[in-house]
Structures are given as structure tokens and as C-alpha cells.
Ligand binder design. Structure first.
Ligand SMILES: Nc1ncnc2c1ncn2[C@@H]1O[C@H](COP(=O)(O)OP(=O)(O)OP(=O)(O)O)[C@@H](O)[C@H]1O
Length: 374
């Protein structure tokens, strides 16, 4: 799948001016409230008419406003899941799932999708008898059953509390491996890390970054667009062993990492976010230190601008380290940078506490399969 988008929409107090390409897999549209995320997916679904719209999906042109071309919303073959599930209250789950299909679905496909989303036992219920998480799953099922070429999900978990989110996320994991391309709108970085391969960052109606999730989030230039505690590198690692003392060992390009026991089998690929605030730097190999993760690194960059807080000059610096080709970000006080005499090109040691890593461990979804069922 390749989704190509160019949009411009001038409103009284807000201008949307974006262009990006989304490859196969799950693409997250991430940004603060009011950044323009919903405006982008409404335009893709054909629910709005921007001043300029050039949108194509797998080479099929959905919009080309300069050429006067516009495909009607119901002919776009797009599944749209809204923030609130928007189910028909007077219809059963089964009738909601079957409502408005543009293409005939076989019984096998219906069964596959209800099983994927765990809806089998809910089919005869009315929406008022469903939990928030169940309603979200029905809304996703209904969008899938319309036989879309792409699924647009606009913060499908936003209306749910933490427990309901945790209930729905495994179904979204399953969906992400189902092979259907997805554009997933979110302002929760945890969801992006868990589900997406590609990240498009939006801010104030503009694209500030677009690329693989690891690359975008590990880019110190983009730290200014993230909440302070969200800043950190994302690295890929593989679970390579479980020790009898309750720790798991991961292997990444930088060497071994240890963290409290993970529930996954050895060999599982993982995506690990290491927050900049959880990384310390030592100039010599630390002795007598409790931290288990001590990784040799080269200092590549010291950035004080990226560490600004609310426009004011900060007392911290964002330091970019190179762990054998893998970037790692560390937030230090500027005083520490000065006292340690840190300079570009210097060989140092990155120190990360195991318990800090444990909080951020995330399993990588399997790579998208070629599209099969829907
Ligand atoms: N119909 C409209 N007319 C005028 N301005 C609008 C309209 N719809 C949205 N906006 C404005 O466009 C901007 C972007 O809104 P949008 O809903 O796309 O942002 P968002 O990133 O999805 O936000 P959120 O995360 O809060 O849902 C906001 O400033 C909003 O007030």
C-alpha cells in the first residue's frame, strides 16, 4: 500500500498544509490536540473539501482538485473508525456489523473478523449493553467488513479509560498483523510505539517529521515537538535469554541489555524506548554502580536548544550518543556536561537502570502480511 497525500485548507484561525507518503503497514498520525490530525483523515475519507486535495491510494486517485477529480466518500473503499464508536443504538451488534456493506462479505469473512475482534458472543446484544471497549471493537469490525482498502482510525481508544484501553489494544495488535493498511490517529506515544511502523508527526497544521518510528523518535531535532518526558530514543532489540535471577537479556546493536523478566519467548523482537531522562553518562567504565546496563558509546551531539522548556532556556542539555550505529538520547544538566568536560567525538559510557527499561519494553508486532481476508 502506498498512500500519497497533499492537502491545503485555509480556515479562519488554522491552516492545514501537509504532504506525506504512507507506505504499507500501520502509519501513525501523531501530534498535539488541534494539530490537524482529524482534518487530514476527514479529507482522505472525502468528508471535507479542502482548497487543495491530491490523494491517491495504491495509485488509485481519490482526489485531484486541480484536475477537478473527486471520488464520492462511499466509493473510496475506506473504513473509518471514529473516536466515539457511532453504533446504531436500535440495531444489534450483528446488524451494526453488517450495516452499509458496499461489497458482499462471505460468511467465512464475517466469522474471521468477529473472531479476530472477539465479538462472537456479543452478536445479539444492543450497543447499550456493551462496554466502551466492546463498542470500539464493534466499530472496528464494521469498518473492516465494508471491505476497505485502508482503515482510518481516529483515536479509537480516546474515549476509553485505562482498563478498557488495555482490553482493546491486543485486538489492535492482531489487526496490525492482519495485513490491512491503517492510518492511526493518536496523541498517545505508547499506542504509536506499540502499533505503528511509520510515524507522521503533525504540529499546527504542518508535517514536522515523517519516517520509520525509530528514526523519527530518536531524532534530537524533533524533541521540541514532544512532551518533555516522552523524549527518548527507540531501539530494536531481540530477547536472547532469561536468567534464573529474574532478569531477561536483550541484544541490540549496542550490546546486551538486562531488564526484569519479560513474558515473551526467547527470540521475540522488541521495540524499546529508552527515555532521555533515564540515561546517565560516564567518562570511564563505572565501578561499584548498581546499574546493570553500561554501554560504550560515542558522543555525537550536545543540544541545549532542544532542551528548552516553555521557551525559556533550560538548565538541561540533550546529548546524542552513538551506540555502534544506534542513537541514544540522554538528558543531563548543563552543569554535568560542563563538569564532565563532554565534547563531541568523545568515547563515553551510557548507563541505564534496568527498572527504567522495564517500564518501556514493548513487543514489536509481526511485519505486515500480504493482505488476505478482508
Ligand atoms: N469545521 C471547522 N471550521 C473551522 N475550524 C476547524 C473546523 N474543524 C476543525 N477546525 C480547527 O482546525 C484545527 C485542527 O483540528 P483537528 O480536529 O483536525 O485537530 P486534531 O489534531 O485532530 O485535534 P484533536 O487531537 O483534539 O482531535 C483546530 O484548530 C480546529 O479548531
Amino acid at each position: 500500500m502506498s498512500l500519497s497525500i497533499r492537502l491545503r485548507q485555509v480556515r479562519a484561525a488554522f491552516t492545514l498544509d501537509v504532504g506525506f507518503e504512507a507506505p504499507a503497514g500501520v502509519t501513525a498520525l501523531f501530534g498535539p490536540s488541534g494539530a490537524g490530525k482529524t482534518s487530514v483523515i476527514e479529507a482522505i475519507a472525502g468528508l471535507s473539501r479542502p482548497d487543495l486535495a491530491q490523494i491517491s491510494l495504491n495509485g488509485r486517485v481519490l482526489d485531484d482538485s486541480p484536475a477537478g477529480l473527486r471520488i464520492a466518500p462511499h466509493k473510496r473503499r475506506i473504513g473509518y473508525v471514529f473516536q466515539d464508536a457511532r453504533l446504531f443504538p436500535h440495531l444489534s451488534v450483528r446488524a451494526n456489523l453488517c450495516f452499509g456493506h458496499h461489497r458482499r462479505r462471505s460468511a467465512g469473512q464475517f466469522d474471521d473478523i468477529t473472531a479476530l475482534l472477539g465479538l462472537e458472543t456479543l452478536l445479539e446484544r444492543r450497543p447499550r449493553d456493551l462496554s466502551g471497549g466492546e463498542k470500539s471493537r464493534v466499530a472496528i469490525g464494521r469498518a473492516l467488513l465494508s471491505g476497505p482498502d485502508i482503515l482510518l482510525l481516529d483515536e479509537p481508544l480516546a474515549a476509553l479509560d485505562a482498563a478498557r484501553k488495555a482490553e482493546v489494544l491486543p485486538y489492535l495488535d492482531a489487526l496490525a498483523t492482519y495485513g490491512l493498511p491503517m492510518l492511526y490517529v493518536s496523541h498517545a506515544l505508547e499506542e504509536v510505539l506499540r502499533l505503528a511502523q511509520t510515524l507522521v508527526m503533525l504540529d499546527n497544521g504542518q508535517v514536522t517529521a515523517c519516517g520509520p518510528v525509530e528514526e523519527v523518535l530518536s531524532d534530537p531535532d524533533l524533541a521540541q515537538h514532544l512532551a518533555r518526558d516522552d523524549v527518548g530514543a527507540v531501539i530494536r532489540a531481540t530477547l536472547t535469554g532469561d536468567a534464573p535471577d529474574g532478569l531477561s537479556q536483550l541484544t541490540c546493536g549496542a550490546g546486551p541489555l538486562f531488564l526484569p523478566r519479560l513474558p515473551h519467548p526467547v527470540g521475540t523482537p522488541l521495540r524499546l524506548r529508552i527515555r532521555a531522562r533515564d540515561v546517565m553518562i560516564a567518562r570511564t567504565p563505572p565501578q561499584g554502580l548498581s546499574a546493570l546496563n553500561i554501554l560504550p558509546a560515542t558522543l555525537r551531539r550536545i543540544d541545549t536548544a532542544a532542551a528548552r522548556e516553555g521557551g525559556a532556556s533550560s538548565h538541561t542539555a540533550l546529548v546524542t550518543l552513538d551506540l555502534g550505529g544506534t542513537p541514544l538520547l540522554a538528558r543531563l544538566t548543563r552543569r554535568s556536561v560542563r563538569l564532565l568536560g563532554l565534547e563531541l567525538g568523545m568515547d563515553v559510557f551510557a548507563v541505564v537502570k534496568s527498572v527504567a527499561l522495564a517500564r518501556e519494553e514493548l513487543q514489536l508486532g509481526a511485519p505486515p502480511k500480504p493482505r488476505a481476508t478482508p
